[in-house]
Write a protein that binds this ligand. Structure first.
Ligand code: SAH
Ligand code: SF4
Length: 394
């Protein structure tokens, strides 16, 4: 693994032209996480025209800028006004590493000193670069095979902190000047946290991913993964059109209650019904992705494949098998390669062409379920990251 010391200084107050804020001055508004509508409202509220929003969004999200002074298509008085009233403040990069397989990972420090991790995974054919984005620090849902769940819930990320992960990845590669050469081609909300339990911040951030003045990604290339917060799946379908992935992981309620405890509240039937309702709102013939983490001797037997196939009979879906990524004291083991292939074959024989998610970025702890992040002092992992940065810098 190669480790690079973070190149970016923490994104800071953007203008060098502005006077220091008076102590009773209102707090500057962070423009980074504002959706187009929110930014239009902001411009109206400061007596400017709505169309400024599109200009600012291009500077922020396509050029990766955090400096109003550099925004040369705005008049100097407007740049100065913005520097007084607003800022573009992203997370700061405390660690940046590239794995042997090309997976890149950033550890980002967010507002209260918490750490989140974001991972950019290149496809082997070089065509796709998928960014795995976190939505919360920790997670409250406590799935038994997930190390994020084990660390407990700390807080929701703000929209700026969520889109800030895309912004950092994009900036590290350079501005996006042409659509053929995007640093980030796909986003999956599959990092730390349950995105549907942070709906009000996740939705504006995803709107920026889709917006032509933002990252301009198609709805098929932005995926939200949920463990099954059923009412929020319905709400999601009312507010935004993105791809949906469901963390199913079990073929009976009895087993899913154990692996994914939210199943006790919203069982498999309720979850699959919500998937049907979601798809019925999509204008194209979309499919849901069913994520199924294979855990040795827990859910990787032929009967499980048969039950799974029966469950999914009516649902337009594709199945993604994820071999369990072990972590200390999880109590679970990953299945053998052969067992994964057998499971895939059983599904194939039952009419499902399931893909297997190859573990990427293992050597930088970037694989599924390894996005632990620092939660104050509850894990020493970030201390190790910082140590490795310091060692490399020596
Ligand atoms: N909270 C959301 C999104 C984040 S988890 C959700 O649960 O869907 C992203 C995916 O990684 C989920 O499918 C999750 O179940 C899976 N996952 C978590 N821990 C894992 C582990 N140790 N091994 C393999 N997959 C894991
Ligand atoms: Fe939370 Fe998803 Fe992990 Fe479950 S699998 S604990 S919902 S992050």
């Amino acid at each position: 693994m190669t480790t690079t010391v973070a190149q970016h200084t923490p994104a800071s107050f953007s203008s060098t032209e502005s006077e220091p804020a008076a102590t009773n001055a209102p707090e500057r508004q962070n423009l980074l996480g504002m959706s187009r509508e929110q930014m239009e409202d902001f411009f109206l509220s400061i007596g400017e025209k709505k169309f400024r929003a599109a200009q600012l969004m291009k500077w922020i999200h396509q050029e990766g800028s955090d400096d109003f002074a550099a925004m040369t298509n705005l008049s100097k008085p407007l740049r100065e006004k913005l520097a007084r009233l607003a800022e573009i403040r992203g997370p700061s990069v405390v660690y940046e590493g590239t794995s042997n397989d090309g997976t890149r990972k950033w550890v980002l420090e967010v507002e209260d000193g918490s750490y989140v991790e974001t991972v950019l995974i290149p496809a082997e054919n070089g065509k796709r670069r998928t960014l795995c984005v976190s939505s919360q620090v920790g997670c409250s849902l406590d799935c038994s095979f997930c190390s994020t769940g084990k660390q407990g819930f700390q807080r929701n990320l703000t929209a700026a902190e969520i889109i800030g992960q895309v912004w950092v990845a994009q900036r590290s590669v350079g501005p996006r000047r042409d659509t053929a050469n995007r640093p980030v081609t796909n986003v999956v909300m599959m990092g730390m946290g349950e995105p549907l339990l942070n709906f009000d911040n996740v939705v504006p951030a995803m709107k920026l991913m889709l917006d032509d003045n933002g990252y301009g990604l198609s709805k098929r290339r932005v995926t939200l993964s949920t463990s099954g917060v059923v009412p929020m799946i319905d709400k999601l379908g009312d507010e935004i059109d993105v791809s949906l992935a469901i963390s199913l992981h079990a073929s009976t309620d009895e087993l899913r209650n154990e692996l994914v405890p939210i199943n006790r509240k919203y069982n498999i039937r309720a979850l699959l019904d919500a998937c049907h309702r979601y798809l019925s709102k999509c204008p194209d013939n979309r499919q849901v992705t069913i994520e199924y983490t294979l855990i040795r001797d827990v859910n990787d037997q032929q009967e499980h494949a048969e039950q799974l196939a029966a469950l999914l009979k009516e649902l337009p879906c594709k199945i993604n098998l994820i071999p369990f990524n072990p972590f200390p004291n999880s109590g679970y083991e990953k299945p053998s390669r052969n067992q994964v292939m057998r499971f895939q074959q059983w599904l194939y024989d039952l009419g499902y062409n399931a893909t297997v998610r190859i573990t990427r970025g293992d050597d930088i702890d970037a694989a599924c379920g390894q996005l632990v992040g620092k939660v104050k002092d509850r894990t020493k992992r970030s201390a190790r990251y910082i140590q490795s940065v310091q060692l490399d810098a020596d």
